[in-house]
Design a protein around this ligand. Structure first.
Ligand code: CAA
Ligand code: NAP
Length: 248
């Protein structure tokens, strides 16, 4: 058998890129999922940049909030690469607003991209993993799914929902060689965090005991460990990586 295949949704984004590169370092055959409103050229440029940096990472288009698009994406990858052994549900968005101002659209967009996506993608990957008797599902949640955050009722609800999903599915597939875990990053320096107003971000940063924002690579190393064989006894867990901002 060749290398195990890892699909990272949102793989061309800030944290996703670091995860893709680290999984490639560990010998996985990595596919980065992208949406980008169908901007295939942007993804092709990202792939070329990875190649220039020495990483052979494929890209696959799909809107993870849409079941049909997710299915086309997963089928295409299995046809081309043979399997999906590791699924990292990393795609996500924010539509921050205080609850009193939040629209139904902002609620739905976040629930669909951040939580419905986990259902869409995992249900397509789980049966082949069960047949292979090996699989890793790693869900990227957030510190704000654990502690809540002013302006993020939608996002925190979706990210908290991932924990229930992880712990339930972990029980269902534990005896079949499949682990299901959640990683909860704190504030990590990517475009998602850069979109927060400077004064608000400064206040948030001052609540992080380590004294800085996190780096995408600090999430990627944890994900690659959870994807590895030695992590076979870790399932249904949540790994908080937040510089001490929230401990429990
Ligand atoms: N706590 C308490 N009150 C607060 C507050 C806070 N943190 N922030 C603002 N307020 C108060 C203001 O003082 C103001 O009070 P008054 O009405 O009495 O004057 C009121 O709330 C403002 O309410 P608005 O609805 O008008 O808020 P806004 O439109 O100005 O801003 C917001 C709302 C856009 C959500 C803004 O607060 C914000 O950007 N917050 C940051 C949210 C955040 O952390 N997002 C994380 C994005 S990155 C990510 O999600 C990755 C990850 O997983 C970590
Ligand atoms: P990012 O750079 O904005 O990346 C987000 C990625 O998600 C993008 O690559 C985007 O793809 C993809 N995406 C969004 N909606 C999609 C959809 N419908 N279908 C397919 N892909 C979609 O942000 P990031 O910081 O790396 O975030 C990655 C994950 O970490 C998110 O789930 C986020 O909630 C979580 N997280 C981030 C932080 C942080 O501080 N940065 C903290 C905790 C958790 P396209 O650009 O191709 O559309």
């Amino acid at each position: 058998m060749g290398s195990k295949v890892a699909l990272v949704t949102g793989g061309t984004g800030g944290i996703g890129s670091a995860i893709c590169r680290e999984l490639a370092n560990q010998g996985f055959n990595v596919v980065a999922g992208y949406n980008s409103g169908g901007n295939h050229e942007k993804a092709a440029n990202w792939k070329a940049q990875q190649a220039a940096d020495g990483f052979d990472i494929d890209v696959a288009y799909g809107d993870v909030s849409d079941p049909a698009s997710s299915e086309a994406c997963v089928n295409g990858i299995i046809e081309k690469h043979g399997s999906i052994d590791v699924l990292v549900n990393n795609a996500g968005i924010t539509r921050d607003s205080t609850f009193r101002k939040m629209t139904l659209e902002q609620w739905d967009e976040v629930m669909n991209a951040n939580l419905r996506s986990v259902f869409n993608m995992t249900r397509l990957c789980i049966n082949p993993m069960l047949e292979n008797k090996w699989g890793r599902i790693i869900n990227i949640s957030s510190v704000n799914g654990q502690k809540g955050q002013f302006g993020q009722t939608n996002y925190a609800a979706a990210k908290a929902g991932m924990h229930g999903f992880t712990k339930s599915l972990a029980q269902e597939v534990a005896s079949k060689g499949i682990t299901v875990n959640t990683v909860s990053p704190g504030y990590i320096l990517t475009s998602m965090v850069a979109a927060i107003g400077d004064d608000i971000l400064e206040k948030i940063a001052s609540t992080i005991p380590v004294g800085r924002l996190g780096q995408p690579e600090e999430i990627a190393h944890a994900v690659s460990y959870l994807a590895s064989d030695p992590a076979a006894f870790i399932t249904g867990s949540n790994l908080a990586i937040n510089g001490g901002q929230h401990m429990f």
